[in-house]
Design a protein around this ligand. Structure first.
Ligand code: NAI
Ligand code: MG
Length: 338
């Protein structure tokens, strides 16, 4: 069956970078069929719902989506909930995969090549907060099922990367019940793994030490598996080493459904100026090629073309500069692989 993509540009620069990523995808995989759908703050303002039911249906039908960005009002608005959080929860997107790799000539450091595999449904993000007078409490939910499930995703990625090391990040010294359960569940899956990365070096690191290493020695990581909040923070720090939010891709993965999404938001400060870097959105499409459509060859071509475009120097306006170079490399006879 031909691959299908649900295209959800969303708000702000999502409207600018998503069309570029789609153009790139059309170049390398012309047989993809597209459906367009709405979600986000503008959608809420015009229709009263941030993720309309037909958007959920479209993503389910296609099995894959590219989401640009959502803006948020920055204040409590009755009836509004973040579009991307709604999509993750409604579609059961339990894994968030966030790679960070150096590009020579562009990134602030060479030698970084890591992926943060973050549990995407639990932890403090279940959003159960209560307040009683002076005290506010947030519930932190960790289950063995979700922890084992994210461990399997991390090990499958380790298998295909030919990874040398798996780092389990937790804080079980302070949170022995919740993070102890996470750690033990991951350990259990690792012990029983019979894929190519069986026997891989496994280390455990408390999240504070992991943060220090992410800043001081990012090349010491390969595959990192962790809980939702720790993964959110560590992966943003990791994104710094690849060159910032403009080049940081991610993939939200569930069973039979996935949403690729640049890590950045709607960037109202640069929206409409042509200054948005489309690399993060293009690399997010490359993640669909690799993890969903099983075309790692095309994923490599796209990633390589983006790397060459960034290394060759990015000039204002960044959006068209990166777009034109990437398309040129992919259309040239060597396929951007030279
Ligand atoms: P942001 O990611 O939109 O922007 C942070 C900074 O990075 C800004 O200076 C922006 O210009 C720059 N930047 C972001 N993407 C870029 C790109 N592709 N090329 C060049 N520069 C880029 O985060 P911010 O400003 O905190 O939030 C803006 C809005 O986006 C808020 O409403 C926030 O809630 C929302 N947001 C949505 C996310 C999502 O859709 N997953 C994630 C983060 C924020
Ligand atoms: Mg974040």
């Amino acid at each position: 069956m031909e691959p299908r993509l649900c295209v959800i540009p969303g708000d702000g620069i999502g409207q600018e970078v998503v069309p570029v990523a789609v153009q790139v995808l059309r170049t390398v995989l012309p047989e993809v069929r597209y459906e367009r759908a709405e979600a986000g703050w503008e959608c809420f303002r015009s229709r009263g719902v941030a993720v309309p039911p037909e958007t959920l249906d479209a993503v389910r039908r296609c099995g894959a989506a590219l989401f640009g960005a959502t803006a948020s009002p920055g204040r409590v608005v009755p009836g509004y909930r973040s579009a991307i959080l709604t999509l993750r929860q409604q579609l059961g997107l339990y894994a968030n995969i966030r790679p960070a790799a150096s590009t020579a000539g562009f990134s602030p450091r060479t030698g970084v090549d890591l992926v943060v595999v973050r549990e995407n449904t639990e932890d403090l993000y279940v959003g159960r907060e209560t307040r009683s007078g002076d005290v506010a409490v947030a519930e932190r939910v960790i289950s063995a099922t979700a922890s084992r499930r994210i461990a399997r995703v991390a090990l499958r990625i380790a298998d295909t990367r030919g990874a040398k090391k798996l780092t389990i990040v937790h804080k079980a010294n302070v949170l022995p019940v919740t993070d102890g359960l996470f750690r033990d569940s991951v350990r259990e899956v690792v012990a029983g793994w019979d894929g190519p990365s069986a026997g891989i070096e496994v280390e455990e690191t408390y999240v504070d030490v992991a943060a220090l290493r992410m800043v001081g020695a990012p090349e010491s990581f390969d595959v990192v598996v962790t809980t939702n909040l720790f993964g959110d923070i560590l992966s943003d720090a990791a994104a710094h080493w690849s060159g910032g939010l403009g080049v940081a891709p991610s993939l939200n993965l569930g069973d039979g459904v996935a949403i690729a999404e640049p890590v950045h938001g709607s960037a109202p400060d640069i929206a409409g100026t042509g200054a948005a870097n489309p690399a993060a959105a293009i690399l997010s499409v490359a993640m669909l090629l690799e993890h969903v459509w099983e075309r790692p060859d095309l994923a490599r071509r796209v990633t390589h073309a983006v790397g060459s475009a960034l290394a060759g120097g990015v000039h204002p306006p960044v959006l068209s500069s990166v777009r034109d170079t990437v398309l040129h490399l992919l259309e040239s006879s060597d396929g951007g692989t030279s």
